[in-house]
Design a protein around this ligand. Structure first.
Ligand SMILES: [Zn+2]
Length: 124
């Protein structure tokens, strides 16, 4: 009999396509296996106190002050929007996104309106 669904989660599974397991090389005799040994869960990643991993990203748990929860400000932009801004906005590129004209003194600029083509930078 071929392997059963439990075989993929079993400690005895050698992860070898030519053999089902060390005890039952051609698979268990029925749809249940008496030798099934659940594989250990993958180890949890260590995280500092009041943090945890969400989708491989370290995030803060709800912060507290004197026992009271502190509201966490919502992110203004999504990750995709942030990446788009990095590729687009003259604050990061030094060029007008409309006419590609370079800005002369980017360190002192507060408003990113383009004097060449009239593009208005009001996203940031
Ligand atoms: Zn421009």
């Amino acid at each position: 009999m071929p392997k059963i669904p439990e075989c993929d989660r079993c400690q005895l599974n050698p992860r070898n396509p030519s053999i089902v397991c060390a005890v039952h090389p051609v698979g268990p005799d029925s749809d249940r296996c008496l030798d099934f040994r659940p594989a250990a869960e993958p180890p949890k990643l260590w995280a500092p106190e009041e943090t945890r991993f969400v989708n491989d990203e370290l995030v803060l748990e709800q912060p507290t002050y004197d026992g009271e929860p502190v509201p966490v400000p919502r992110q203004r932009f999504t990750l995709e929007e942030k990446l788009e801004l990095l590729n687009y906005h003259p604050l990061f590129t030094g060029r007008c996104p409309h006419c590609e004209m370079p800005y002369s003194d980017t360190e002192t600029l507060v408003h990113w309106d383009c004097s060449h083509c009239g593009w208005i930078g009001d996203t940031i």
